[in-house]
Design a protein around this ligand. Sequence first.
Ligand code: ITT
Length: 207
Amino acid sequence: MSQSLKLLVATGNPGKLKELAGLFADVPFELVSLADVGIDEEVPETGETFEDNAVLKAVGYAAMSGMWTVADDSGLEVKALGGEPGVRSARYAGEGATDAQRIELLLENLENVPEDRRQARFRCVMALGRPDRTPELFQGACHGIIVRSPIGSRGFGYDPIFLFPELGRTMAELADEEKGRVSHRGIAARKAAVALRALGTHDQAKE
Ligand code: ITT
């Protein structure tokens, strides 16, 4: 195992970065952020699917950095809205909108939807790659209900309106470790961590 192997955690979203740093705390790579390597350019998310955008980000940031890179594309799919906001989750209320504005718009659009039709799922597609390789993809999803007003102050994004019925709490009421255990990102990251450990153990990462 090499101590000097670095993994670029390629996200411009501080909430995601914090979660990914926790989820990858035990992998045999030194984690670095876009800020650490001085990248302030954004890879455009022009794909139609989570898979497309995760690959675009992993390939784009790996090319910019020359490093092993992990990127995730994720979002919320609401059944009553035909899967919206989906890949557009970050841009749902327009560029530059806040999490609170996106939540407000989503709740408005669900105003007339009754309790038994408010199912939703979070999805995460994580892409792991380096400049000369096709990225490997890892998926995670978790299921819940959209509540009528925000509850809780942890996490980020749509967490305050996503209720886990079996826990009786929203995602924004869960401590970081609890969210990691049940979340779309936690599920995908555990799969990616298996691959990262294998790379680190066999030192294939440098080949
Ligand atoms: P990067 O592309 O730089 O990683 P981003 O925020 O633009 O940052 P995405 O394109 O993957 O990332 O958009 C994901 C959006 O989906 C995110 O901005 C949130 O609005 C929402 N989202 C994803 N995961 C979430 C989570 O765990 N909790 C709450 N909302 C989440």
